[in-house]
Design a protein around this ligand. Sequence first.
Ligand SMILES: C[S@@+](CC[C@H](N)C(=O)[O-])C[C@H]1O[C@@H](n2cnc3c(N)ncnc32)[C@H](O)[C@@H]1O
Length: 241
Amino acid sequence: MNFENSWGNELRSSSYARLEFPNTYHLAYRDLPEILAKHVKGEKALDFGCGTGRSARFLKRLNFVVTGVDISADMLGYAKELDPAGEYLLVSNGNYSHLGEGSFDLVLSIFTFDNIPGWENRRHILQALSKLLRPTGRLICLDANPALYTHEWASFSTKEFPENSRAKNGELVRISMKDVDDKRPVEDVLWTEEAYLQLFDLAGLTLEATYKPLGRESDPCDWLNETTIAPWFIYVLKRED
Ligand SMILES: C[S@@+](CC[C@H](N)C(=O)[O-])C[C@H]1O[C@@H](n2cnc3c(N)ncnc32)[C@H](O)[C@@H]1O
């Protein structure tokens, strides 16, 4: 498959750097403080696929000591600009041992695997990330529900891409983001819940919990499908004993 990381260029990065937690993004982050408090002990965190640093800054506000890593130098440039005191590092696929094996209480990955193609590639990356965890550590992986690519949302539109409904696991799907200036469609890799469960198993990770946050009347957003279909799935994982 010819897949290029959508975030590996300057126009995308500058557009993404201005994005905070509007609309459908609110639902990705709304319940995380509670989920982290429930499942994570300790403060040392790796933000895998930190992008322009939104997720790393979020963790810092919750008192985690955070290292942000990404494969896009453009995205990391903005992360450093927005948080000059923060630690943001460029990494290549699956090479993380220099970050400290067995030393992290949390590896958080938000919207990153939506950009990672291939079973073997994903397994290799997840296995390398799991080695970074302390025995009590947790890997939290937040990615799109496949239904994200076939419905309309406060933050996204997919009506121009009817072919998304025929995509199989691992294939590319397209989506338009409403909250950023750069309106070019983003390409993601479709991954079903069933495939995630198989992948976690292959990578030696045990699922501790899954969360599927729904929009509520009390949220500060004009929801479209978010009150009945969860746009994001949040998987909480631990190393197999
Ligand atoms: C949509 S952004 C999300 C950024 C951030 N986590 C957030 O919530 O704002 C996804 C990021 O994952 C990064 N990424 C994609 N593939 C990656 C890989 N194999 N290793 C590390 N980062 C990757 C991209 O470069 C991009 O910055």
